[in-house]
Design a binder for this molecule. Structure first.
Ligand SMILES: [Zn+2]
Length: 361
């Protein structure tokens, strides 16, 4: 099935050549294809363009940090309101199990991990999973959303920084064995500044782990809505960067990162047609310019969101320090990705990366 699909894709996106308003944040070039017009809540109307040199697709013009922060908090509240408490709790356990698996994959390869930094840690439970495998690690997290920072501080007692990831924080330089950015790079307004900071914050040959959506599949719904309905579509989650598997690898290599693991996984979306099939069901909804303000106000009112007690969350029969192998086995049972494909094909829902940061001269 996958093999026959690979012959049809990746479909080349077509579009009008335009001079962009802001240059590509990867390669600095100015010419691009217009892929779609999008509305980010009622905050901004902008275009989605794809660089014809490095294949990175981005918003043009990009959101400002203030707009990102506003949209992020609105989305955080909107999502929080439509997710039940039991579903939220299940998500925490899922992230914990993924952290266990990830930590185990590092331990197996004898990586020494002491200091860890995560950008955009969400609930912080992925880190708790790593801590289950590496109990001695010291954890620092950074986010632009005060709710996320407060939760990570009060719930996990991590060291926190409330700041945009583009800001350079000198005290973090040359400190980390492992830097994590899961479902994060697609959100940042200046990707090259963020990768530059990762480079600065990592120790020589430290690890950089990320997952990020396959940009080609993510663009697809906006591309269809624009090309076949000639409509602006709604961009509720601030995905502002859409990575091409090969382009992302090229960029990281230029920055002297070397791949340890690099692949795409989860192919349900591809099998359903994302990235190659033209059908109405796959199109992004037309824009309604949803009001960010109403959710934003609620986010401001909501204090540190401590609905959960950590002992309760991790009170599952298979989570136990005495029976680590059982915990690992169950984590693998729930989250193992059996099929892995080279990201250059741009198939699959998600790109997984584990890279080594450059050594120091
Ligand atoms: Zn470019």
């Amino acid at each position: 099935m996958i093999a026959s699909l690979l012959k049809k894709i990746p479909v080349q996106l077509k579009g009008e050549w335009i001079a962009r308003k802001e240059n590509c944040r990867f390669c600095g070039d100015n010419s691009a294809l217009l892929i779609a017009n999008v509305d980010y809540w009622d905050i901004k109307s902008t275009a989605l363009v794809k660089c014809t040199t490095c294949n990175l697709a981005q918003l043009d013009p990009m959101l400002t940090n203030e707009q990102t922060s506003r949209g992020c908090r609105s989305y955080y509240m909107e999502e929080s309101m439509r997710t039940s408490l039991s579903e939220k709790k299940r998500n925490l356990i899922r992230n914990f199990r993924r952290g266990v698996l990830f930590g185990h994959s590092l331990r197996k390869r004898k990586f020494k991990i002491e200091e860890v930094l995560e950008f955009g840690p969400g609930s912080g439970y992925f880190l708790e999973g790593i801590k289950f495998i590496y109990p001695e690690i010291r954890i620092t997290v950074m986010d632009i959303n005060p709710e996320v920072v407060n939760f990570n501080k009060s719930h996990h007692h991590y060291v926190t920084h409330l700041a945009p990831p583009e800001n350079y924080i000198p005290e973090l330089a040359n400190r980390f064995d492992l830097i994590i950015a899961r479902d994060f790079l697609e959100h940042v307004t200046d990707i090259s500044a963020v990768i530059g900071n990762v480079k600065q914050y990592a120790k020589a040959n430290g690890l950089f782990h990320f997952i990020t959506p396959n940009g080609h599949e993510d663009l697809w719904k906006h591309y269809l809505a624009f090309r076949y309905l000639n409509k602006s579509s709604e961009l509720l989650i601030n995905h502002v960067n859409y990575f091409d598997g090969k382009g992302l690898l090229n960029y990281l290599s230029e920055q002297q990162f070397t791949p340890v693991d690099y692949y795409t996984y989860k192919f349900k979306t591809t099998l359903k047609g994302r990235g190659w099939m033209v059908k109405p069901k796959l199109m992004a909804p037309a824009s309604q310019k949803k009001s960010a303000g109403s959710y934003f106000e609620k986010a401001l009112k909501q204090a540190a969101n401590n609905e959960f007690n950590k002992e309760d969350v991790l009170n599952e029969w298979y989570i136990s320090k005495r029976y680590r192998n059982l915990t690992l086995l169950m984590s693998r049972f729930h989250h193992n990705s059996l099929v892995k494909v080279d990201p250059k094909y741009n198939v699959g829902h998600e790109i997984y990366g584990l890279f080594r940061a450059p050594g120091r001269e």
